[in-house]
Design a binder for this molecule. Structure first.
Ligand code: SF4
Ligand code: SF4
Ligand code: SF4
Length: 295
């Protein structure tokens, strides 16, 4: 049987040590899939090899040890199961997300919906460099967005209802950053320590702490691997629509300006990060600074 070059060239097909075999990675935005699709993947894994799958750090599933002659068939079966072959090369790869407001009590934003929206617009697009996008719904940052080419973190600024604080100190106990102090029987937030996690908002027994609408911090140029680099803060925006808009602009910018062979984190200075930032910020309404709006 002739080698199926077409499918072999897909980013989600990874040649193994024994080059006659491949690992096939599927597209799973935010790592969420229905039980039916999971059963479908299990059936496909059994049909084409020993029935083993591998869960990846990018929240996808891989089916290892696929005979290269079976690639076209497995691609067809995976597409039919609505879990098509994914990406892993110089492309926009699987978008990762924490559970967000769907499940986590600390969440400030709906990361899963945002991951699906970004996936539908961007997944698999060929780029000069690999682009990883990770979303976390609060500054605990369980998906390590700052170690991705593009990261998003949901944040909340606490606001205290003026004049009614009893000074009980409950909110100060909850704040793991020691950012809240009680002075003269009233709570105050130290803006320099507050990381905008919003945990204190839910702690006041008298309901005196309120949250501003959630914001989305976007970082760019992070990476994991041999020499990890933290992404740089780019902008904070107010809505999921603005996040999508900014990320599409970043992607387009990278597509036009970056070149192959080096990750974006290595290129940002050469690409004139400040000019990049200025261009992206000019395209979105600049947000006010990160001052915490607590009395
Ligand atoms: S990043 Fe925050 S919201 Fe997301 S899972 Fe972790 S603790 Fe929960
Ligand atoms: S939002 Fe700021 S003050 Fe409130 S718990 Fe988080 S770090 Fe502390
Ligand atoms: S804001 Fe609420 S929890 Fe914090 S000190 Fe005042 S009354 Fe207590």
């Amino acid at each position: 049987m002739a080698r199926e070059y077409g499918v072999h060239m897909k980013g989600g097909v990874i040649t193994e040590r024994d080059a006659d075999y491949c690992t096939v990675r599927v597209r799973l935005p935010a790592g969420i899939l229905s039980v039916e699709k999971m059963r479908g993947i299990a059936r496909i894994a059994k049909k084409y090899q020993a029935g083993e799958v591998h869960l990846t750090t990018r929240q996808t599933i891989e089916i290892p040890h696929i005979d290269h002659r079976m690639l076209a068939k497995i691609a067809k079966d995976l597409a039919k199961n609505e879990t098509p072959i994914g990406s892993e090369r110089d492309e926009i790869v699987n978008i990762t997300a924490c559970p967000g407001t769907d499940r986590c009590k600390y969440a400030n934003i709906d990361t899963i919906a945002l991951a699906r929206e970004l996936d539908s617009r961007l997944f698999g697009r060929e780029m000069p460099v690999k682009v990883r996008i990770a979303l976390a719904a609060c500054p605990y940052a369980c998906t390590s967005p700052i170690l991705n080419e593009i990261g998003v973190v949901g944040r909340i600024r606490p606001l205290r209802v003026p004049g009614l604080c009893t000074g009980c100190g409950t909110c100060a106990e909850y704040c793991k950053e020691c950012a809240i102090a009680i002075k003269n029987g009233i709570s105050y937030v130290d803006e320099s320590k507050c990381i905008l996690c919003g945990v204190c908002v839910h702690s006041c027994p008298f309901g005196l702490l309120k949250a501003e609408n959630a914001r989305y911090l976007i970082t760019v140029g992070g990476r994991r691997g041999r020499h990890p680099i933290l992404g740089r803060e780019l902008v904070e925006v107010a809505t999921p629509g603005e996040v999508v808009d900014v990320i599409e602009k970043i992607i387009y910018w990278i597509y036009r300006r970056a070149w192959s062979g080096r990750l974006l984190s290595d290129q940002l200075d050469d690409l004139h990060f400040e000019a990049f930032k200025k261009e992206i910020l000019a395209a979105v309404e600049p947000e006010p600074g990160n001052s915490v709006a607590v009395e």
